[in-house]
Design a protein around this ligand. Sequence first.
Ligand code: SF4
Length: 79
Amino acid sequence: MSDQEVELVKMVVNQDVCIGAGQCEMLEEETFLVDDDTVVAGVIGTGLLPMDRAQKVIGACPTQAISISAGDSGSAEEE
Ligand code: SF4
């Protein structure tokens, strides 16, 4: 058993660069869904993933369309 605190981060998809390759959906089917009509991925459900899984899915996207929403962690501020 592990009591380690898991940091959850909120995922976002930049739909302008998504090519609908589906890697995100394959890895995290409860968080990403590729729309059949637009062939673009979107975030579904809570959009929250543990940091390690978030990094994995970000790395798997061929067009770097996936990122972590800055709003949720409160640490990254890019404007
Ligand atoms: S892995 Fe990237 S390009 Fe492929 S569907 Fe997901 S967000 Fe779009």
